[in-house]
Design a protein around this ligand. Structure first.
Ligand code: SF4
Ligand code: SF4
Length: 464
């Protein structure tokens, strides 16, 4: 079992109540007990990074319990300010009364988009496009060099901003010339991984069988289309420890869709993911994610928002990659003799890693590798929050929120950055100019890169 706490969807209120169906889409949910548990302490508001820099944002207490009370008392429209919540989910952690704030925000946002946002508006289509990044990436990565060239043109950026409201201040992320899944197939897929894992177990005198060391990798969109080096590192590291890796069919985890109130899109993606991952679990695998927002989504948001047959099974079998190794392997002993020649890192723990109780592990584990120094740059939010910081109207707020992190990165004794979240990595690079690594890339360089036949391309070579 994970050491991350799975939030409950019914709060801890014990009073008897008659269910009230507040939002028509949320047929399986009644969050009234959660709303009733709020005692208005405002701790959530003081922990909200958007409210801290944007005076017009009313904060999580209003977005959650207060909107629910208003909605319950009268036929009250959801306030449009719910679209300004970045879905960082910090308020969930802050609330001493376990009010399911982000679940309330996600549900309210879905209701707002469904009932109050024009389907012909620029905002709707911009948000739909941003939240379906995986679909855009699938098309764009068919001709990665051409797409990268076109998206890099100033004229494209200006058109994107004027026409869609996507900020021209950020550079569009490059697509890799070979996706992770293409690499995986060329390498021999599951069969090759099984052979590699068996060889590794033999080297390590590990008598486990295939089934007891089997993981299903949820790579998400970004590791597949933009940073396949992260996915390759994940495969190499797990094979090094004798795990056979499966790569099930999958769609976007849904994270950008909740943040934009596109709950129907999220539900369709989740249905595929739950079915595919449940089938891998049935075959003896645990689910591993390299992106902390993806693991958060499978663990917390799926059970909060959807009710597919195997939703809970997938949630309880999902782990973040390093978390899984810390619990199932003797990482400390393994890293005692490992060494690697790398620069120092300024490490940022993503908000969604904090929500899973994973914010301390990376610095602790990686600092034990000879040649690696990792310094935690504090608990501030990076400010980009997935698609939030890509919207023209949020860019400035996003950079203000990120200011503290940029300052601490620059103050750290480090030349590179490190984080598990791909959009935090974009923001870190944008704000400081540092190259940003994923912890799995460092682990792979220390333990595994020399062991696999296709090793080792310098990270970043694949992106053009
Ligand atoms: S922290 Fe929890 S109890 Fe306090 S105001 Fe926010 S929702 Fe209510
Ligand atoms: S999810 Fe983040 S941005 Fe949204 S209300 Fe909660 S703390 Fe604020």
């Amino acid at each position: 079992m994970s050491d991350a706490q799975q939030p409950t969807d019914d709060g801890s209120g014990s009073e008897e109540f008659e269910p009230v169906q507040v939002f028509p889409e949320a047929e399986e949910m009644d969050l009234r007990p959660g709303a009733d548990d709020c005692y208005k302490c405002s701790t959530c508001d003081t922990n909200c990074p958007v409210a801290e820099v944007d005076d017009e944002f009313p904060g999580p207490k209003f977005q959650g319990p207060e909107q629910w009370r208003l909605k319950r008392q009268e036929d009250h429209d959801i306030d449009e300010s719910v679209m300004k919540c970045s879905n960082c989910m910090r308020c969930d952690n802050a609330c001493p009364s376990e009010v399911p704030l982000s679940q309330m925000h996600n549900t309210a946002r879905g209701e707002y988009v469904e009932e109050n946002m024009s389907k012909f508006s620029r905002e709707y289509w911009r948000n739909r496009l941003l939240s379906n990044y995986g679909t855009m990436a699938r098309i764009g990565s068919k001709v990665p060099r051409l797409t990268n060239f076109m998206m890099g043109l100033t004229v494209t950026q200006v058109i994107n901003e004027k026409l869609l409201g996507i900020t021209s201040e950020r550079e569009f992320p490059s697509f890799a010339t070979e996706t992770f899944r293409e690499w995986w197939e060329t390498r021999g897929g599951h069969e090759a991984s099984r052979e590699n894992a068996r060889d590794a177990r033999e080297r390590r005198d590990d008598s486990s069988d295939d089934e007891s060391k089997r993981v299903a990798y949820f790579h998400g969109c970004y590791s597949n289309y933009n940073t396949p080096e992260v996915g390759k590192a994940m495969v190499r590291v797990f094979e090094h420890f004798g795990y056979e890796v499966l790569v099930p069919d999958q769609r976007c985890s849904g994270t950008p869709m909740y943040a934009n109130g596109m709950l129907d899109d999220a539900e369709r993606a989740a249905e595929t993911n739950v079915a595919e991952l449940a089938s891998a679990i049935e075959d003896g695998a645990d689910v591993i994610a390299s992106c902390t927002s993806c693991s958060m989504s499978l663990r917390q948001e799926y059970p909060e928002l959807f009710d597919f047959e195997d939703t809970e099974t997938v949630a309880t079998h999902t782990w973040e990659a390093l978390e899984y190794l810390r619990i199932h392997e003797d990482l400390e002993a393994e890293l005692e003799t490992a060494s690697v020649d790398m620069s120092n890192f300024a490490y940022h723990a993503p908000c969604h890693a904090r929500n899973q109780g994973l914010d301390g592990q990376t610095v602790e584990v990686l600092s034990s590798i000879d040649g690696v120094e990792a310094e935690d740059v504090g608990d501030s939010c990076s400010g980009i929050s997935g698609t939030y910081g890509w919207k023209e109207e949020n860019y400035e707020t996003s950079m203000k929120i990120g200011g503290e992190m940029f300052e601490h990165m620059e103050g750290a004794d480090a030349e590179s950055g490190m984080t598990e979240c791909p959009t935090c990595a974009m923001q870190m690079e944008h704000g400081t100019g540092y190259e940003i690594k994923h912890p799995l890339e460092v682990l792979s360089a220390a333990l595994a890169d020399s062991e696999t036949p296709e090793a080792t391309k310098a990270s970043g070579e694949e992106a053009v």
